[in-house]
Design a protein around this ligand. Structure first.
Ligand SMILES: C[S@@+](CC[C@H](N)C(=O)[O-])C[C@H]1O[C@@H](n2cnc3c(N)ncnc32)[C@H](O)[C@@H]1O
Length: 360
């Protein structure tokens, strides 16, 4: 199958295949050049023309000659583009060039690649200007960082056009990440015994959509903020599974969670909250869960830097480094609430994830 025939929205591959996109977002220069290559149509052009010259590209896309040469150099250094012959450099504009085999394999996950590029480029200034605050004065970092302005949950209540637009902006990132992370969770956990699932902070419904697609007996509800639910309902509306997915808007006057679920999940949700609020969510989930039901937490684990430097594409997730917990922190809380049979597994993705299950 050629890469043009792949439907970006459908392709997920084997559960860890998607990690190949990270190689092209590892350093800032290469990643930013790749964003420009998407923005200017260079990548689409090279997908459409398996082999081309920069001269033809220049004419067809009407780009700046010297700008394009520098861009192609940066793409080549980032192993996105290569010469069809074995020149060390692209000697002139009539040289034939093509996308590298490794980039062709990675661009199959284009939605994720573009979401990660967008996220990293958007919050890179936080790292460049505010690293000292991030490390030494977290309150100051929270006040000033762009990343918290992006994830502005308080704008997910009042239904204005601007609030919908703002909310949809960060939901595109969480949805793209979750589309792929969900596959690893599905591979690591057997959802088949469950019939009614509640995903707290379930966002666009992408997580439950992937699970419902695999498990046809399962019905799922997403519990989230009002505008998030509206955007999520549209996100899944055209899918075959839509009839089995319900969105429940958080009502500040009704803090108890809806009941009658045999599985309640928190995916990449609890790290947003300090310990007391995390405990409160778990308490409420305990009350809402059927006796004998399962609670699942799927979260990034506490991370540190050992021998390998943090990649540029990972910066956005590392800005939350204070929020990730050890499995023991969740386990202690779950046991204090009354859950039993707490089990912990590790799932290695772009970062280490923990998959914790517990029974009521
Ligand atoms: C970091 S996002 C994770 C979303 C999704 N679970 C994922 O893995 O992509 C946290 C989610 O929690 C939702 N959220 C924030 N406050 C909430 C609350 N009080 N009750 C329910 N959901 C909430 C946000 O709207 C957002 O969808």
């Amino acid at each position: 199958m050629s890469i043009r025939e792949v439907r970006w929205d459908q392709h997920v591959g084997k559960e860890r295949d998607y990690l190949c996109v990270d190689a092209f977002i590892a350093d800032m220069v290469g990643a930013r050049a790749l964003s420009t290559a998407f923005e200017t149509g260079v990548i689409d052009y090279m997908i459409a023309h398996a082999v081309c010259t920069s001269e033809a590209m220049l004419v067809d896309l009407q780009l700046d000659r010297r700008g394009l040469q520098l861009l192609l150099g940066m793409l080549r250094a980032n192993h996105v583009v290569e010469s069809t012959c074995n020149h060390a450099v692209m000697a002139d504009e009539s040289d034939e060039i093509q996308l590298s085999a490794s980039f062709k394999a990675a661009v199959v996950f284009r939605d994720l690649m573009e979401a990660k590029l967008y996220f990293a480029n958007l919050v890179a200034p936080d790292f460049l200007h505010l690293l000292t605050a991030l490390l030494m004065e977290p309150a100051k970092f929270s006040e000033q960082a762009r990343i918290f302005k992006l994830f502005s949950y308080q704008r997910a209540f009042e239904p204005t056009a601007e609030n919908y637009e703002q909310t949809a902006r960060w939901m595109r990132i969480t949805t793209a990440l979750t589309k792929y992370e969900a596959q690893a969770c599905i591979a690591a956990f057997d959802f088949s015994p469950y019939r009614r699932m509640l995903d707290i902070g379930g966002n666009s419904g992408e997580f439950v959509l992937r699970i419902c697609r695999k498990h046809r007996e399962l019905r799922a509800a997403v519990y989230d903020l009002p505008l998030v639910c509206d955007i999520g309902a549209k996100h899944v509306a055209e899918e075959q599974e839509a009839a089995r997915i319900q969105f429940i808007k958080r009502d500040p006057a009704q803090l108890a969670l809806p009941r009658s679920y045999d599985l309640i999940t928190f995916k990449s949700m609890l790290h947003d909250w300090p310990d007391a609020e995390m405990g409160d969510f778990l308490h409420r989930a305990y009350d809402a869960l059927d006796v004998g039901g399962t609670l699942m937490i799927f979260e990034r684990a506490e991370a540190s830097v050992k021998d390998i430097q943090i990649a540029y594409g990972q910066l956005p997730l590392m800005l939350f480094f204070r929020s990730y917990r050890t499995p023991q922190a969740y386990q202690a809380q779950l046991e204090a609430i009354g859950f039993h049979s707490v089990a912990v597994a590790e799932v290695q993705l772009d970062m280490s994830f923990i998959l914790i299950t517990a029974i009521k």
